[in-house]
Ligand binder design. Structure first.
Ligand code: SF4
Ligand code: SF4
Ligand code: SF4
Length: 559
């Protein structure tokens, strides 16, 4: 399958909303990007509708259509019946006028072919009397059965969709014409490519609006027709139950039921698989409310009841009675992919790596996008998911990491909320404030344990304090206090270092230095005294020596 839903990598914020909404979990997150897995996707468009970042984009056929308009003499539009709801009050005549001005040759309603399709459903039911008949107008439902319920393919009525039947008929009537289908659906793009020969390009209503805008045109330029355009029954097709409503007659032995939304369709298919349903004509639509709730409508035009009423107002009670000369038979083949099934041991090992060591740890909270932890483990095994997608696991890991750091830091750390209540209190803070159990203090006001001068003012004004020495008389401790307010998270962090011992050590050191200086002074003084005494003794001796020598010299001179 081609890629019809493309990820804009720059926009994706890895929030998992798409996988949470994907009914068949066909999105992989291995490179921290929510990439659709085309082989598994049924193109229901839920990921496109629900992505809050608009990171999912639909592949566009606009350029292809522009080329067709240049190359082909006749490019004919088959417009889905939900157009009347999407283009508020714009009828087929207005649409035709505008599209012809855009370069198209003509516009026809796909609902014309829906009449042949519902007739074929009825013929098939009467001729083959299947115990269950599932309508095949919705390509996403067809893909769902082909990919996930291939054993139920026998119940899918082998009839072309209105889009295909219409394309086929237009091409029979107009030789060499190109047909462009326009509607609210993404999966029709795949249907057109997978069954070539009927439809040359598929535009969504959004793409058509873009084309109109590019040309600077608007529906306001045109007037609505006078509504004598034969309202007909099969215009009900895009509503939930619309196919059943458009049938000509009903068989008393059959239950005519309609079901919408992929999850509800899957639940019904599960029930059929179990053999719990029989004698049912089931109209199945992947979108809630059927095509009028298609992804393009749901994303940009969320007014389901008004949309429904517009369709009801536009449809009628009669058949058009036109016929097609072509066969509407279509065969559906299974589209299965060999999946790598893990052993019980492999799943257990993955669960352990996810921090799920026993069944109690399996929260099945769904925040990763998978309904159960085991489903998520299976996706990891298939290479579609990674461990980091489990939020409780990540939270637990981050908390344990945080507490480890908090409890091994040499400073006391206290975290307060906006109400100045204690939210975090680490081991060192317990020691500084003589608290036995953290639980005794968590949630208490900070002033119950710390209430020095200025603190209230600092905390209320969010004043930053850096390494300020504070004496806590109550605890007979001197601390160095740092107070920081985090504007983003609106929390206050108080970091406290007990420096009482440091101060005692410093005092002792000063005392010791003083004593040492005193002793040194004494020694020096004593030494000086000795030196002086020696000096004076030396001085005396020198004087006596001088006298003696002078006396001796005089005696020698006299002689
Ligand atoms: S919904 Fe999916 S695609 Fe969109 S931002 Fe979230 S993870 Fe990405
Ligand atoms: S289109 Fe539907 S099936 Fe495909 S990935 Fe999106 S949500 Fe899933
Ligand atoms: S606990 Fe984790 S793995 Fe299990 S469902 Fe929740 S997020 Fe997914």
């Amino acid at each position: 399958m081609n890629e019809y839903i493309i990820l804009n990598k720059n926009q994706c914020k890895n929030c998992y909303k798409c996988i949470r909404n994907c009914p068949v979990k066909s999105i992989e997150f291995t490179t921290h990007q929510a990439k659709v897995v085309p082989g598994e996707c049924i193109l229901c468009g839920r990921c496109y509708v629900h992505c809050p970042q608009n990171a999912k984009e639909i592949s566009s056929d606009l350029e292809k259509v522009k080329v067709l308009l240049q190359q082909k003499e006749k490019v004919i539009v088959s417009i889905a019946p939900s157009f009347i709801a999407n283009y508020d009050g714009v009828d087929i005549d207005v649409l035709r006028e505008l599209l012809i001005e855009l370069g198209f040759y003509d516009v026809e309603e796909t609902a014309i072919a829906a009449e042949w399709v519902k007739d074929s459903y009825q013929d098939y039911l009467e001729q083959y009397q299947p115990s269950i008949l599932i309508t095949s107008a919705c390509h996403s439902v067809n893909l769902l059965i082909q990919k996930y319920y291939p054993d139920l393919l026998e119940y899918l009525v082998p009839v072309k969709s209105p889009m295909q039947a219409h394309g086929q008929d237009i091409k029979t009537r107009y030789q060499d014409a190109a047909v462009v289908f326009i509607g609210p659906c993404i999966s029709k793009k795949d249907e057109a490519d997978s069954y070539p020969g009927f439809i040359d390009a598929v535009l969504t209503f959004d793409e058509l609006s873009m084309m109109i805008q590019e040309k600077g045109m608007s529906f306001n330029q045109y007037k609505n027709g006078d509504k004598d355009d034969e309202p007909f029954k099969s215009r009900f097709f895009p509503t939930n139950g619309g196919i059943i409503k458009s049938l000509n007659h009903y068989n008393d032995d059959i239950h005519y039921l309609s079901i919408d939304g992929v999850e509800r369709c899957m639940a019904t298919l599960d029930d059929i698989r179990k053999g719990n349903l029989t004698h049912c004509f089931i109209e199945m639509s992947a979108c809630e409310g059927s095509c009028v709730g298609g992804p393009i409508m749901e994303k940009h035009h969320k007014t389901p009841l008004r949309d429904y009423l517009r369709i009801v107002d536009y449809a009628g009670e009669h058949n058009l009675g036109r016929k097609t000369s072509k066969s509407l038979t279509k065969y559906f083949m299974p589209i299965t992919k060999k999946r790598n099934e893990p052993t019980i041991e492999e799943i257990s090992s993955i669960l352990k790596q996810m921090g799920k060591n026993n069944p109690m740890d399996e929260l099945n909270c769904g925040s990763c996008g998978y309904n159960t932890c085991r489903e998520k483990a299976l996706a990891i095994h298939q290479g579609k998911a990674d461990f980091t997608m489990c939020l409780p696991f990540l939270k637990e890991r981050a908390e344990s990491f945080f507490h480890n750091i908090l409890d091994h830091t040499p400073s006391g750390i206290i975290v307060l909320n906006e109400q100045l209540e204690i939210q975090q209190f680490n081991k060192m803070a317990k020691r500084i404030f003589n608290i036995h159990h953290r639980r005794d203090i968590l949630g208490e006001k900070i002033f119950n344990i710390l209430n020095h001068k200025d603190l209230e003012d600092i905390l209320h004004k969010h004043t930053q304090v850096n390494h300020k020495n504070v004496y806590l008389a109550e605890y007979k401790k001197t601390v160095k206090e740092t107070i920081v307010y985090d504007d983003n998270y609106r929390i206050t962090m108080i970091i406290i270092d007990d420096i009482s011992q440091e101060i005692i050590n410093r005092k002792n050191k000063v005392l010791m230095s003083k004593q040492t200086i005193e002793v040194t002074d004494q020694v020096v003084e004593k030494q000086m005294r000795i030196v002086q005494e020696i000096a004076s003794l030396l001085g005396e001796t020198a004087a006596e020596t001088k006298i003696a020598l002078t006396h001796l010299k005089e005696q020698i001179l006299d002689e």
